[in-house]
Each structure stands twice: as C-alpha cells, then as structure tokens.
Design a protein around this ligand. Structure first.
Ligand SMILES: Nc1nc2c(ncn2[C@@H]2O[C@H](COP(=O)(O)OP(=O)(O)OP(=O)(O)O)[C@@H](O)[C@H]2O)c(=O)[nH]1
Ligand SMILES: [Mg+2]
Length: 416
C-alpha cells in the first residue's frame, strides 16, 4: 500500500475547570501521538474550559465557530475530539463545521487497532468493535465522505473499508459474535490443557509503549514487533521461559492500556485479554522515564481491575532505566528497575519472579479416596509431592501446591 497523504487535523479537548487544564493538555498530547500513529498531523489543539455540557455538540457554539474558522484557514480535513461523542453529536458537529470529518478518541484508537491487528481473531475483534462503536457514528456519510480526513476513523482491519451499510450491519455483527464465541471456546480448551501442565502463567501488562514487547523479546527472544508507536501490539504472544532455578513459566505479551479506554472497548478484546484474567502473576511494565508514570500506573491498575485481575500477585518492572539520569536504589516491595533494551536489572527481575512464585506455593495435606487415584498422579505430574501414605480411608499426600493447585484440589485438603 502506498503511504497515504497525512490528514491535516485539529484536536479538541474539553475540561471542566481550569484546575484540570494540565491533565487535559497531557491527554491532548497523547491524542496527537495517537493521530500520528494513525497517519495524521495535528495542526492545532483547542481546549474548552466549561462546566456545563451542551448536549447537542458538547462544546459551546462559540467554540464550534472558532474551530470552523480555524479549519477553513488551515485547510484541516479532520477534527478529533478527545472524548466520547454520540452519533447525533458527530452529525451536528459535522453540519456546523461544514467540511471536515469529525471523529472521537475511541474511533481513532479503533482505527489504529484496525491497522495493527495481525491474527484472524484480532481482526475479528476489531471489526466487531468498529461495527458496534464506529459504524453508527459513520452511518449516513456515504462512501464519498468516508474518504474525508484520509479515512481515519473509518478504516477496517486489513485493507477493507469499514462497512457502514445499515442493512448489512446487524447480520455481520451476529456472524462475528458467533465466530468469536467459537474462537473463545478454542482458547478456553487450549488454556485448560496448559493449566493441566501446571506451568505458572505470567501476563505482561502496562501502558502502551512502556516496553512490554521489548521485554518479552529480551527474556525469550520471541521476535515480537516492538515499535515507538502506540498500540504496536494487539495480539497476545505466549512464550515459555526457564527461570534460573530451572522452573518454567509461560509469559504472555498483551495489548497496551491507555487512559479513557471505554469499558466497551476493553470488553471487545475480552478473549485476548482473558490471558490477563487467568494469569497467576501480573508483570506490570512501565516507562520510568515518562513524567506521567503515576498516571499510567493508575490506569493500568484500573483496567486490570476491570479485567477481573485485581487480586493477583503483581510485580512492578520500572523500565527504560538506561535513559534515567539516576536509577533509584530502593523501590517499593516487589518492584525492580530494568532496561529491557540493554538488559539492566533482568537478573533481578527473574529472581523476583522466582520469589513471588515461591510465595504463591503452600505445603498442603490432602486425603484422596482410593477410587480417585488418578488425582494423585495428576498432582505428581505438576507438583512436588513430599510424602504419600496409604491409610484406611484414603491416600494421605503432602504436596507443595500453588494457588491454582489449591483451587483444583481444594476439596481433598484436610487441615492439620
Ligand atoms: N530507552 C529505552 N527504550 C526502550 C526500552 N524498552 C523499550 N523501549 C522502546 O520503547 C518503544 C516501545 O517499546 P515496545 O516494546 O513496543 O512497547 P510496548 O509496551 O510493547 O507497546 P505497545 O505494544 O504499543 O503497547 C520502542 O521504541 C522500544 O525500543 C528500554 O529499556 N529503554
Ligand atoms: Mg507491544
């Protein structure tokens, strides 16, 4: 595909009070990076400080007129709003702005997802999310209009254009949901077989561009694409890794998180993000050189919570220490300072993973009925068994179980 001409764009943010101005500006800077990744250029950023919300256009009519004039002067083709717009608000804004296409932050993110999806499942998930979110916002624009703004916001996964024909929409949504449910079942079967192997699972999570894929490559030589772009990774990659102790773990790289990621978008990527939900340990990677580090960690915590992974043991890896002026010498508990790029701190990270894994294990006594001897061999396969006694009412076994084993064999536990 030949490189498209960069779409000239205006970015618009809204903030409730002057005290929130800083946060709003940083969010707009991030929107500019998203736009750059999608193939656009920000000509100007406009912020409206406003306590009240105009339901018709969100921003006030004076601001709309200001943006219209700006677009006319600068020949902007696209206006990107840094907050969620309803289909009606998009229509009203396009009418008032009289020329440029209007999209919101989520449509822009979905556009990037569409460009970066590689696997079949990833593409289906993006298409479904677009049909549910972007399509209703694009309906009625016609094919001519979808070329407006360089097509940003209306690109489908791969090379195809997002279908916005109302008649076909419903059928396609049903077909996609059906196909994705099938793939999710396959994934569950695969996960169950991995679980039987008893190998602990680590999910690498964190803000987009933190260095998750680079870390996976450093740890396992996985050859995952890492790029100085937002949302370079969309599909999860799992690799087996041997710890210095000889124990093996499965480590999965996942899609990055970002602020203002609507709940329904998180849900759209449920099947791939389930890797996070079913992990034994979360490895939170963050860019320690980013001035917004704490905000990024907060967003990561919130999304992990949404994914049902709030109560998992967490390891914090503060990355990109090679570009810090000074590397802090003492961090919080279960945290480590690393550079995924030059390998600094990787040994410390591996031994921390071993420590945390060790902590999830517990010496447990089980009483297994003779009729269920296969349970004992399953435990033998995955865990270290310290003793076995054949008693009158069953087999008494002492084994070191992790949290998963405790869940699986909980009903055989006897307290002592
Ligand atoms: N200086 C420095 N740069 C790094 C380090 N780790 C990663 N990077 C750079 O940061 C950028 C993003 O790295 P990725 O590994 O793609 O980040 P990611 O977290 O996988 O990002 P997404 O998949 O987009 O969510 C790339 O340009 C990397 O080269 C590091 O330790 N030091
Ligand atoms: Mg990545």
């Amino acid at each position: 595909m030949t490189e498209e001409l960069k779409s000239l764009s205006v970015l618009v943010g809204i903030c409730p009070s002057t005290s929130a101005l800083d946060e709003c500006e940083r969010s707009l800077d991030e929107l500019e990076r998203l736009l750059d990744t999608a193939g656009g250029i920000a000509l100007a950023k406009v912020i409206q400080v406003k306590e009240t919300f105009d339901p018709r256009t969100c921003i006030g009519s004076g601001k709309v007129e200001e943006i219209r004039a700006l677009c006319e002067n600068e020949k902007a083709e696209l206006v990107v709003f840094d907050f969620e717009l309803t289909p009606a608000q998009i229509r009203n804004l396009e009418k008032d702005l009289d020329g440029p296409a209007v999209i919101d932050r989520s449509m822009l993110i979905l556009d990037i997802f569409a460009k970066h999806a590689v696997s079949g499942e990833g593409k289906l998930q993006v298409e479904l999310a677009q049909l549910k979110y972007s399509a209703p916002r694009l309906i009625g624009k016609g094919t001519e209009l979808s070329r407006q703004g360089g097509g940003i916001g209306s690109r489908g996964p791969g090379e195809s254009k997002l279908e916005t024909d109302r008649r076909h929409l419903k059928e396609r949504v049903v077909a996609l949901e059906h196909r994705l449910a099938e793939l999710e079942r396959n994934r569950a079967v695969m996960r169950a077989s991995r679980d039987r192997s008893g190998i602990p699972k680590i999910a690498v999570v964190g803000y987009t561009n933190a260095g998750k894929s680079t870390l996976l490559n450093t740890l396992t030589g996985a050859g995952v694409l890492s790029e100085n772009k937002l949302f370079a990774t969309l599909d999860p990659t799992t690799r087996k890794m041997e710890l210095p102790s000889g124990e093996c773990v499965l480590i999965t790289d996942t899609v990055g998180f970002i602020r203002k990621l609507p709940h329904h978008l998180v849900k759209a990527f449920k099947s791939t993000l389930d890797e996070v939900k079913y992990a034994d340990i979360l490895l939170v990677v963050s860019d320690a050189s980013d001035p917004e580090l704490s905000e990024h960690l907060q967003v990561t915590r919130e999304i992990a919570e949404q994914l049902g992974a709030a109560d998992k043991p967490v390891i914090y890896a503060y990355n990109k220490c090679d570009i810090l002026d000074a590397v802090p010498t003492d961090g919080a508990e279960d945290s480590v300072f690393i550079s995924a790029l030059d390998g600094f701190g990787i040994e410390a990270l591996l031994s921390l993973i071993e420590d945390v894994l060790q902590r999830t294990k517990k010496k447990s006594t089980l009483l297994i009925p003779y009729a269920e001897q296969s349970v004992l061999s399953a435990i033998y396969n995955s865990y270290s068994v310290e003793s076995v006694d054949y008693e009158e009412n069953g087999i008494r076994a002492v084994a070191v179980l992790d949290s998963k084993g405790l869940g699986m064999y909980g009903k055989y536990l006897i307290d002592n």
